[in-house]
Each structure stands twice: as C-alpha cells, then as structure tokens.
Write a protein that binds this ligand. Sequence first.
Ligand code: NAD
Length: 267
Amino acid sequence: MSTTRIAIVGASGRMGRAIIQSALASPSMQVAAAVDRWDAPDLGGDIASLVGSRSVGVALAHDLGSAIGTFDVAIDFSSPEATLSALEVCAKHGKGMVIGTTGFSGPQLERIRAAAKDIPICQSANFSIGVNVVLGLLEQAARCLSEYDVEIVEAHHRQKVDAPSGTALQMGEVIAKAVHRSLRDVAVYGREGTTGPRDGKTIGFATIRAGDIVGEHTVIFAGESERVEITHRASSRMNFAAGALRAATWVRERAPGLYSMTDVLAE
Ligand code: NAD
C-alpha cells in the first residue's frame, strides 16, 4: 500500500503529539505538514521536538494553505474554529479530512456536512476501536432493556473544554435511536435541588473533570433489582491516534461524503 501523506491540524496539542508519534512509527504514514496557532510556542521548530524524537525535517507552521501540495489528508484535533478554517482550505483544494475535534455548534456541523458534498470527511467523536465496539453493544442493550433507566457518566482531564464529551453524546444518540426517542427531547444534562422523581424516558448525563484522566465512559442501565454497566476506559491517547491514522488511509480513497469511524471499521 502506498504511503498516506498527512497534515496535522492542532499538532502541538495532546492529540496532535500522539498522532505525530504514531505516524512517525508507521511505515505507511508520512507527516507532510503540521499546523497550530500562530502563537504556539513551538512554531517554526521541527515537529520531532514535540515528541522527543530525531529531526524529521517538517517545521510546525500556522498556514495549512501554504502546505497544500504536500499532503493527501488533513487530520484535525484542534478547536471548532480551527477545524472550520482547515475545512475551508481542504474543500477548496479537494483534500480529504479526518475530524476528531468535538464541541461543534449546530451551524458549524452544518458547514461540515456541506463541505462533505465536495470532499470525503471522516468525523467521529471517538476514534478508539473499543469505543466503536461499545456503541454496538449499547444499541443491543438499549433494545433489550428498553424499560430500564439510562444514565451516562463520563470523566476527562481538567483541560477539556466541552461537556458532556462528544463520545457521551454519541452514546446517548445511539441509545435514544434504538428505543425510538430523540435525544434532544429526553436528555437531562444536570440535576440540582428538588428535581422530583425520575422520568423513565429520560437519559441522564453526569460529567467529571479532574486531573489527567484520558477518557472514561460508563453507561448504566438500571432496572428493578439489577443493573447493567458498560464501561470503556482509555489509558492513553495512542488508541485514538491509531484509529485516526487508519481513518486517514481509508478516507483518502473515498468519494466525497460524510463518513464515521463505524464506516471505517465496517471494512
Ligand atoms: P489540546 O488543547 O491539547 O490541543 C488542541 C490544539 O489545537 C492546541 O495545540 C491548540 O493550540 C490548537 N489550536 C486551537 N485553536 C487553534 C487555531 N485556531 N488554529 C490552529 N491551532 C489551534 O486538545 P486535545 O486534548 O488534543 O483535544 C483536541 C480536540 O480533540 C478536542 O476537541 C477534544 O475533545 C478532541 N478529542 C477527540 C478525540 C476523538 O477520538 N475524536 C480524542 C481526544 C480528543
């Protein structure tokens, strides 16, 4: 298989570094470009210094457009604003994208959907293979335990800026769809004070932000005298990075469209 040349958007962040590290270790990947904010402390330096490896001859830059001829697919783990700037560049030049950033507003998601008419985009709130397997388990559990109360508890590190996590929301979507409800109508995002008894149709979310937790999700299905819990724990970011690289190679060969990690894993 030929080498996939990637550009990394948000390269000096936690996920950006994990992707650089993973790509440098993979013979089928080439890091062709890496961009971050104009005021990122490592701007202009070799990206190898971000992961403590030997020089690879690629400098951390700010402008994705000026690197356009060097890469096949852009992998984005940054912020919604940075994703939309990269999207504009990629759509203009026919480059595929892998989008891992979370926390988009409705109109921002609409712009991603519109760009996917021109370029292939793989967007997922969670690129870990384990979480994508869990989504299938949740669908099955929700159908079989449709009378049980559903609560989703997620925990992440103290720097995470959006809540609940994109993965928790995706889990809620899968469960709601399996029992023919709309998450918009049944989600409860916090409880305080005199809340009254629980409405059986709701899906509750609870968020923990603490320390350096990489990412943990537990879905509780609670009925009379029994409780089922399905948990995923990420112990490092390398599983997200490996999934994003796999998606980049996959999306490179695809026609324009909006795909998910489920599509990648289906093959
Ligand atoms: P981070 O804050 O460590 O890294 C984000 C990087 O993006 C930083 O280096 C920052 O400088 C850069 N950035 C921000 N705004 C920018 C701009 N306007 N232009 C260029 N660069 C910009 O965050 P992180 O933990 O790496 O997470 C990044 C995103 O990925 C978050 O939305 C997070 O929720 C998401 N995430 C997704 C998955 C998944 O599997 N889909 C896994 C982990 C994290």
